[in-house]
Each structure stands twice: as C-alpha cells, then as structure tokens.
Ligand binder design. Structure first.
Ligand code: SF4
Length: 172
C-alpha cells in the first residue's frame, strides 16, 4: 500500500507543457497544498492520445445526438482517436488503486462540468469533457473535483477527507 493516496490529475495543472497553446497552467494550490498529502498520477488525454503541442484548439459539438470533439478551424473530428485512448487508459488506471481525480476546468477532454458543448442554436457551458465523463462513469465512487473549487482550503479539506476514506478502504 502506498503511504500517500494516489490521485489522478490533469497534467497541465502540475505545470507540464501539454496545453494546446503551449501555455503553462500550473495550479499552485493544487500542486503544492494538495500535493503534500497525496501522490499525483498525471494524465493528459490529448497529448497521450498523440496530439502535439501546440495544436489546434477543439471543442465539443452535438452531431446527430452524439457529442463529438472537433477542431475549430480545420473541422477535424478527433472523437475516435481520443475515445480509443480513453478506453485503454481507464483499463490502466483501474489497477492502480486510485483514490480520486482532479480535473482541469473548461477543457473538452478534462472538464467535469464546464466544457462548452455546441448545439445547433445554443451552447451548453456546463458540459463534461470526454475523458472526465468516461472516468466518472467507470469509477462512480471515487471523489472527483475540478481545480477551481480546490483553491478554497475548506473545499480542499473536504476533498481530502473523501480521498483518505477511499485510501483506508484499500487497507481493509
Ligand atoms: S486540460 Fe486535459 S487535455 Fe488539456 S492540456 Fe490539460 S491535461 Fe491535457
């Protein structure tokens, strides 16, 4: 058993150079405050499924009742390549005894509830990214949080309590 709980995290929140525009998005409260208590497993669905840095931005679009990930300028559909990667990544994560996950907000891959989904006549700003959605469906009992709420110390403690409960359950 690990001494610290294992928590998955969107890689860019640790300052890794994986963002579509090459910008660093380190989240110090998550990396350093939360990182004192847990061991992070970084995951970047877009670069790990083969996309470069920098890359064309993408968004989610509803097409014939299905949410698809499509690049904004060249209109390339990346749904299949990301979905194939997600399937194998979730298998890999399922043997790790993960205790939770911290997701990057507003990402078509990683957002829990803040991705834009484009419909014919409107945009839903509260969508789930493809990886976050699949992760939450696969691991419904694991605590998950978007980075924004974890800026708040009370929310960080609340999240950590849930993470440690899962960690203890692995020791029984
Ligand atoms: S939000 Fe997710 S897919 Fe986008 S750079 Fe961060 S880890 Fe990668």
């Amino acid at each position: 058993m690990q001494s610290k709980p294992l928590v998955g995290i969107s890689s860019c929140l640790l300052g890794e150079n994986v963002r579509y525009n090459g910008e660093v998005k380190l989240n110090p409260a998550v990396k350093y405050e939360l990182g004192e208590r847990v061991s992070f497993i970084p995951v970047c669905p877009e670069t790990e499924s083969g996309m470069p840095v920098p890359r064309e931005p993408m968004d989610l679009f509803e097409v014939n009742g299905v949410v698809r990930m499509i690049t904004l300028e060249s209109q390339k559909d990346k749904t299949e390549v990301v979905s194939d990667w997600i399937e194998s990544k979730l298998k890999e994560l399922s043997v790790l005894k993960l205790c939770g996950f911290v997701f990057k907000s507003r990402s078509p891959s990683c957002a829990m509830n803040s991705a834009n989904i484009h419909f014919d006549s409107r945009i839903d700003p509260n969508g789930e990214g493809l990886f976050a959605k699949a992760f939450m469906e696969r691991f419904p009992l694991l605590p998950v949080e978007e980075e924004g709420r974890l800026q708040n110390a009370v929310e960080r403690d609340r999240f950590l309590k849930k993470v440690f409960l899962i960690h203890q359950s692995y020791c029984r």
